[in-house]
Design a protein around this ligand. Structure first.
Ligand SMILES: *Cc1c(COP(=O)(O)O)cnc(C)c1O
Length: 384
């Protein structure tokens, strides 16, 4: 019988009953670059840490189990993961990518992938007829759902029917919901991406990235790439993420509970003109979200009356930090225009709906009364 996710975050079933000499509960940090061979022609199975490291492998097994994949690769950041994934493609290949994406992904596709001869078409995958954009050289569709920061929700299963019909790879960046709330491989995706820096780490203390797949052929190619390009996650950072994942379940539940309450509260505030949270019934894709995810997450995008109000809010917060990133125990507020999406050309930014009045909250696990208390104090100060 398969275990529930909250349990899988803490116990890796396949390693149960295996104890080291001391019975340590915390997985050891194998801080080594290389491994001694017992004799010529013999190996412990470990040769060099770019290829294999027990601490990294332990983490990879946990993430694979959370996403129901056959393999997960741990890399030094989310962008290292996406960058390596792009090595699956060759000059002349064509990819269809979501228009509203994490700014770093847009920067990678526009500046590095295009330079490498890969053709990119950006469309709003949640509402456009994707099939119309498929060409003879199309190799993959790359989506985020919900998107960063506009919270557009794409029906993963519907897109996977298209990718299966045309023999394309479907890659889904699942950072915003974490494996605790959404499992794209179960809905027909071929590759799941995580910025492990966010919910998997959960404490804003390290960077990491993951590629998870349920396809043998893709796993084999990615294994070749990680040993060749070399951005595997370090043993200590792997250990930090293993530790972070142990509390993923309760962190996701608590931050989501806080986010629901804050989203409802934001709707009532005079200074707020628009609240975008996929857990609100008025969100246009609420029903899709409900069907394909087990939760709505804890990311809220909202708009305020003016640019001045937005800037004043950012300067006035104290406990809530004005900072990039998301998914940690601390609540953060971000200004996508000058932070996460600063390198996205203004025309595209505005087309996606990211204006100079757009703010993004990553709701943490503090007591929600204190979070609303601070927002309330900040709003009344800004308002007068
Ligand atoms: C942060 C983020 C990334 C990039 O991950 P890093 O760990 O910062 O390199 C990719 N996708 C999404 C949705 C993100 O939020």
């Amino acid at each position: 019988m398969s275990r529930e996710l909250g349990t899988k975050c803490i116990h890796l079933e396949e390693e149960e009953g295996c104890y080291d000499n001391y019975g340590a509960l915390s997985y050891p940090i194998y801080q080594t670059a290389t491994y001694a061979h017992p004799a010529v022609g013999q190996s412990t199975g470990y040769d060099y840490s770019r290829l294999q490291n027990p601490t990294r492998e332990h983490l990879e097994k946990i993430v694979a189990s959370l996403e129901n994949g056959i393999d997960a690769l741990a890399l030094s950041s989310g962008m290292a993961a996406i960058g390596m994934m792009m090595e699956l493609f060759a000059p002349g290949d064509h990819l269809i990518v979501d228009a509203d994406l994490y700014g770093g992904s847009i920067r990678l596709f526009d500046n590095v992938s295009k330079k490498n001869g890969i053709e990119i078409t950006s469309i709003d995958c949640y509402k456009e007829n994707i099939e119309e954009y498929i060409k003879d050289n199309t190799k993959a569709i790359y989506i985020e759902t919900p998107t960063n920061p506009m919270m557009n929700v794409t029906d993963i299963e519907a897109v996977s029917q298209i990718t299966k019909r045309h023999n394309l790879i479907l890659a889904v960046d699942n950072t915003f919901l974490s494996p605790y709330f959404q499992n794209p491989l179960d809905l027909g995706a071929d590759i799941v991406i995580h910025s492990g820096t966010k919910y998997l780490s959960g404490h804003n203390d390290t960077l990491a990235g993951f590629l998870v797949t349920n396809r043998e052929d893709i796993s084999e190619r990615l294994r070749f790439l990680i040993k060749t390009t070399g951005a595997g996650l370090s043993p200590f950072d792997s250990w930090l993420i293993i530790r972070g994942i142990k509390t993923l379940g309760i962190r996701m539940e608590r931050s989501q509970e806080n986010a629901k309450e804050i989203a409802e509260w934001l709707k009532e505030q005079d200074i707020v003109t628009n609240v975008i949270y996929p857990g609100l019934q008025e969100h246009p894709e609420y029903e899709i979200m409900k069907r394909q995810a087990k939760g709505f997450g804890a990311m809220i995008t909202f708009q305020v009356r003016s640019r001045e109000s937005a800037l004043a809010i950012l300067s006035s917060v104290r406990m809530i930090k004005y900072a990039e990133s998301l998914g940690g125990v601390d609540t953060l507020i971000t200004y996508p225009t000058t932070q996460t999406h600063a390198d996205v050309p203004e025309k595209i930014r505005l087309k996606n709906g990211i204006t100079d009045t757009t703010l993004r909250l990553s709701v943490g696990i503090e007591d929600v009364r204190d979070l609303i208390g601070e927002l309330n104090a900040v709003f009344s100060k800004v308002d007068c």
